[in-house]
Design a protein around this ligand. Structure first.
Ligand SMILES: [Cu+2]
Length: 62
């Protein structure tokens, strides 16, 4: 699979975008520490219309 960074993702009104391994995904770059299954952290997303949204992320194993 070849990955190409995107500077934005268009989400249709009343629709959604599915993020999946091997498909469109969010890649975490520049982590300050390794993540392990069960770790939790806050991810901040910026939406053009909805503004800043934070999500609690819980990691899981493969
Ligand atoms: Cu990636």
């Amino acid at each position: 699979m070849q990955m190409a960074p995107q500077d934005h993702v268009s989400i249709p009104a009343n629709g959604g975008v599915e993020l999946l391994p091997g498909g469109m995904h969010i890649m975490l770059i520049g982590l300050e520490r390794d993540l392990a299954a069960g770790d939790e952290f806050t991810l901040t997303l910026e939406f053009e219309n909805a503004g800043i949204v934070t999500a609690l992320i819980k990691t899981r194993g493969p």
